[in-house]
Design a protein around this ligand. Structure first.
Ligand SMILES: Cc1ncc(COP(=O)(O)O)c(C=O)c1O
Length: 410
C-alpha cells in the first residue's frame, strides 16, 4: 500500500475530528513569503486570495514578524479590565484616517458587525423610538457574517436556511434601487446596513446615487448608516476607507480582515452621536483590542503609508482590471470584469470552482464566489509581472476564444 502523503494525513485527521463546515481544496500550506505560498512539498503558488483579503502585506512581512516577536515577548493579552499601550493609539489613528470619533475592537468581522448593530439599536432607543425603532434595512445579495445578528442582515437564503427564526424587522432591498430604499426606510428604522462593494456577493458596487440616498434617508429618520468595509476597506480600493472612494460618509463603519496582518482583530468606528448611546457594561469582549493585535494594527497602517501601498493598489489594480477586461473581450467563457483596486472579479459563463482547482496545478491561487465569479483579493505588494503570470494561467484554463464577429479587426 502507498504511504499516505503529509496532506493526506492532515486531511484524514481533520475528516475525523473537525465539524464538517468546509469543503477544502486539496492543498495545504506550510509557509509563505511576500505574494507566494509554499505547500508541504515545497511547491510555490502565486497568491491572488491573500487569506480571503487578510494578507494585504503578503506573507511573513519582516516588519510584522519583528513586531509580533517583540510584543509576544513583552505581553500578548491582559483583558479589557486594564489599560494597554496600543489600543488607544490604534483607535486614535483609525479616527484620524476616517474622520469618525470612537472605536470598539473585536476579534473578527462578524463581531464588528454585531457590535455595530447593537449600537444602532441603543441609539434608536435613545432617540426616543423605544422598541419600535429597531428595524433595519439591508441589501439583497449582501454578506455580513455568521452570528445571528450578522446572518439576519445577510441577504442570501443559503446562509440563513435552517437557522430561522432570525432577527425580526430586517427589510431587504435590491442594491442600487433608490425607490425600493425609500419605500423601506421609515421612522422605525434604526439602521441602514450595506457593503459599499459586495465581496462574497460577487464584487458588485453600490452606486454613488444610491449611497447618497442612503445618507439622506438615514439623516431624515435618525437612523445609523452602517458600512461594512470588512472586505473592501483598509486600502483595497486604493483609499484607506472604501467610503472615501464613494464620497459618502457613514455613521458607523466595520473593518477587520487585514487590520492586524493575520492576527485576529476587527473593529467598528462610530460618530460621537451614535457612540454616546452606549455606556460601560453594555458591550464587551475578552480578547478584542489586546496589546499584540493593536500593536500589529499600528504597524500595518504604518507600512501601508511608508511603503506607498495605496499607490501600488491603484496602479497594479488598474493593470489587473485592464487585463481582465481583455480576457472578457477574447474568451468565450467570460462575461464581465468587475471591481477596482485590488478587489476585483471576473464573471464567467461556467462554474468557477473547476478553474480554481486547475489553477492549483498551475501554481496560482484564485478564489471562486457565487458559483461563477472568480474573485481577486491579492496582497497589496502585487506587481505587474505577477498579474501577467496569473492572466497567462487563466488564458490557458479558459481555453476557447470567442468567434470573431464580422467586422472585428483580426
Ligand atoms: C463584507 C464582510 N462582512 C463580514 C464578514 C465576516 O467577517 P469574519 O469572517 O471575520 O467574521 C466578511 C467575511 O468575509 C465580509 O466579507
Amino acid at each position: 500500500m502507498r504511504a499516505m502523503s503529509r496532506l493526506d494525513q492532515i486531511a484524514d485527521l481533520e475528516k475525523r475530528f473537525l465539524l464538517p463546515t468546509y469543503n477544502r481544496y486539496p492543498v495545504g500550506f506550510e509557509r509563505g513569503k511576500g505574494v507566494f505560498l509554499y505547500d508541504f512539498e515545497g511547491k510555490k503558488y502565486l497568491d491572488f486570495v491573500a487569506g480571503l483579503g487578510v494578507n494585504a502585506l503578503g506573507h511573513a512581512h519582516p516588519r510584522i514578524v519583528k513586531t509580533i516577536r517583540e510584543q509576544a515577548a513583552r505581553v500578548i493579552h491582559i483583558s479589557n479590565l486594564y489599560y494597554n499601550e496600543y489600543q488607544g493609539l490604534l483607535a486614535e489613528r483609525l479616527c484620524q484616517l476616517s474622520g469618525l470619533d470612537r472605536v470598539f475592537f473585536s476579534n473578527s468581522g462578524t463581531e464588528a458587525m454585531e457590535g455595530a448593530i447593537k449600537l444602532a439599536r441603543l441609539a434608536g432607543h435613545k432617540a426616543g423610538g423605544g422598541d419600535a425603532k429597531s428595524q433595519m434595512v439591508a441589501l439583497e445579495g449582501s454578506y455580513h457574517g455568521r452570528t445571528f445578528g450578522a446572518m439576519s442582515l445577510t441577504g442570501q437564503e443559503k446562509y440563513r436556511r435552517g437557522f430561522e427564526p432570525l432577527l425580526e424587522n430586517v427589510t431587504f432591498v435590491a442594491q442600487n434601487n433608490v425607490e425600493a430604499l425609500r419605500g423601506a426606510v421609515n421612522a422605525n428604522t434604526c439602521a441602514i446596513v450595506l457593503e459599499p462593494i459586495f465581496g462574497e456577493g460577487g464584487i458588485l458596487e453600490c452606486s454613488e446615487d444610491f449611497l447618497r440616498a442612503c445618507r439622506t434617508l438615514a439623516d431624515q429618520h435618525q437612523a445609523a448608516l452602517i458600512f461594512d468595509e470588512i472586505q473592501c476597506g483598509l486600502g483595497r480600493t486604493g483609499k484607506i476607507f472604501a467610503f472615501q472612494s464613494f464620497g459618502v460618509v457613514p455613521d458607523i463603519v466595520a473593518i477587520a480582515k487585514p487590520i492586524a496582518a493575520g492576527v485576529p482583530l476587527g473593529a467598528f468606528l462610530s460618530k460621537e452621536h451614535f457612540a454616546s448611546a452606549i455606556s460601560p457594561g453594555q458591550h464587551g469582549t475578552t480578547f478584542g483590542g489586546g496589546p499584540l493585535a493593536c500593536r500589529v494594527g499600528l504597524e500595518y497602517l504604518a507600512i501601508v503609508e511608508e511603503e506607498h501601498l495605496l499607490e501600488n493598489v491603484v496602479k497594479v489594480g488598474g493593470y489587473l482590471h485592464q487585463q481582465i477586461q481583455e480576457l472578457v473581450a477574447k474568451y468565450a467563457a467570460t462575461r464581465e470584469a468587475r471591481g477596482r483596486g485590488l478587489i476585483q472579479g471576473l464573471v464567467l459563463d461556467i462554474p468557477a470552482r473547476p478553474l480554481v482547482e486547475q489553477g492549483l496545478a498551475e501554481g496560482v491561487l484564485f478564489n471562486a464566489t457565487q458559483d461563477t465569479v472568480l474573485r481577486f483579493l491579492p496582497p497589496f505588494l502585487l506587481e505587474e509581472k505577477h498579474v501577467d503570470k496569473g492572466i497567462k494561467v487563466l488564458k490557458k484554463l479558459l481555453g476557447k476564444k470567442r468567434q470573431p464577429r464580422r467586422g472585428d479587426r483580426a
